[in-house]
Design a protein around this ligand. Structure first.
Ligand SMILES: Cc1cc2nc3c(=O)[nH]c(=O)nc-3n(C[C@H](O)[C@H](O)[C@H](O)COP(=O)(O)OP(=O)(O)OC[C@H]3O[C@@H](n4cnc5c(N)ncnc54)[C@H](O)[C@@H]3O)c2cc1C
Length: 414
């Protein structure tokens, strides 16, 4: 098509966050000249969420550092960014979306990038004020103010959000207790060896750890004052932060009749079961050709990288999303990157001593490297990803030998 002639197609993106914003950016960088409508129900332009439990929560990083694009970007690129606007329906029979219950916008292709929402506590007292969740910038602003005046913060859940909030709250000088149903924090994702590592990190930083126990009740007047554990112990609390997982925001997809199973099901091109409707980011349970299974990844890098791939596919390409999973976490002085996906494993190997807090952990299953995690060791994540993606077996003695460069091992295996 002559680029001077505007494309007649209209691409509507539901969810103005990382996946949605990167998709909009890519539609323009690929030369699309038709309408791009990016709709989000939050009042601020797209931003990245990782700082919300780290520097932004602690008041050390400004909002400007979190935004995906400069303020002028959307206007300059003729992206119709509509904030504080809820998409209330998608009609795949007429190819229209409904906005705020009334206005209808036709689409040639629609992208669902609606993300995920925090799972709510379901115990008595969960409604009390001072019980908080963390997903949005507004949540982080409120939580920062609460922690600043709190004597005691109780974090429910020892997953990534719970661990990072506990670390930030300690760094803000609050007294912190963590309650986790599993025997160790992060055990579900990392297993016992690394769970023990993070337990010790938090304990060393003064977090009171209550592991292997759930909660039965939150008590207080209008404001939360106590957390009652399932074994009857009672913890004092001015603020309770619940990090008990998220659920994909699939309401729209469900109502539109899209196939759903732990998120919106997509193929490797991020196309859903309904023509011209795509999904990306935290909401998408996408077929991964290398892993040979579907995965729904609640991680920054998936939103960042699926956005551009899905945009190309909305334009007609058939590009598979096949990147190796990557995520990172910062807690106190411990930074880590994780590459790959260990769902099942029979061996965990270490290069370096975890006690030194500078090491790399490798997960192997039947001799195959399935994931690696570098802790306070940098510039190796790419090599680990290459090793994970390579079909052959890696020599475990070389993996653990600090004298063998991971980059050379990766070159050999690629
Ligand atoms: C506090 C926090 C810290 C994190 N830290 C890390 C980290 O260290 N490392 C890492 O890898 N990942 C981290 N993550 C995860 C990462 O931020 C997410 O994977 C990423 O935000 C997913 O992006 P997304 O665009 O798919 O969805 P989201 O960021 O959830 O955005 C979806 C957007 O769609 C909007 N929306 C939903 N439904 C509608 C509708 N009907 N109409 C209009 N708008 C709608 C939502 O309000 C939201 O703005 C963190 C997440 C949080 C909350």
């Amino acid at each position: 098509m002559d680029p001077a002639v505007s494309d007649e197609r209209i691409f509507v993106i539901v969810g103005a966050s990382l996946a949605g914003a990167k998709a909009a950016e890519t539609l323009r960088s690929e030369g699309f000249t038709g309408r791009v409508v990016l709709i989000g129900d939050e009042p601020v332009r797209p931003y990245e969420r990782p700082p919300l439990s780290k520097g932004y929560l602690r008041g050390e990083a400004a909002a400007d550092e979190a935004f995906v694009h400069d303020e002028g970007f959307y206007l300059e690129h003729d992206i119709e960014l509509r904030l504080s606007t809820e998409v209330t329906g998608i009609d795949p029979t007429t190819n229209e979306i409904t906005v705020d219950g009334e206005e209808r916008i036709p689409y040639s292709a629609a992208l669902l990038a609606t993300g995920a929402a925090p799972r709510q506590l379901k115990v008595p007292g969960a409604h009390l004020s001072g019980v908080r969740y963390l997903r949005t910038m507004a949540d982080a602003d409120q939580l920062r103010a609460s922690i600043a005046t709190a004597n005691r913060v109780v974090v429910i859940g020892g997953g990534w959000i719970g661990c990072e909030v506990a670390a930030s709250a300690r760094q803000m000088n609050a007294e912190v207790a963590m309650v986790e149903m599993a025997e160790l924090p992060l055990e579900r994702v990392l297993g016992p060896e690394l769970g023990r590592f993070y337990r010790d990190v938090h304990a060393d930083h003064g977090v009171e750890m209550h592991l292997g126990v759930g909660i039965s009740e939150l008590r207080g007047g209008s404001q939360v004052e106590e957390v009652v554990l399932a074994d009857g112990r009672v913890l004092a609390a001015d603020v309770v932060v619940a990090g008990v997982g998220v659920t994909p925001r699939t309401d729209l997809a469900q109502q539109a009749g899209l196939a759903i199973d732990n998120g919106v099901i997509t193929n490797e091109w991020l196309a859903t079961s309904v023509p011209n409707v795509f999904a990306a980011g935290d909401v998408a349970n996408a077929w991964h050709p290398i892993l040979d299974r579907r995965v729904r990844l609640e991680h920054w890098s998936s939103a960042l990288n699926q956005g551009p791939v899905v945009a190309r596919n909305m334009l007609g390409a058939k590009a598979a999303y096949e990147r190796i999973l990557y995520f990172f976490s910062d807690q106190y002085e411990i930074g880590m990157e994780y590459s790959g996906l260990a769902v099942e494993w029979d061996q965990v190997l270490f290069r370096g001593d975890p006690a030194s807090r500078e090491f790399i952990a490798f997960w192997l299953n039947s001799g195959r490297l399935v994931a690696g995690m570098n802790v306070n060791v940098w510039d190796v994540a790419e090599s680990i990803a290459t090793l994970v993606a390579s079909p052959g077996h890696v020599d475990p003695t070389k993996l653990v030998d600090p004298d063998v460069e991971l980059s050379s091992l990766a070159r050999e295996s690629a």
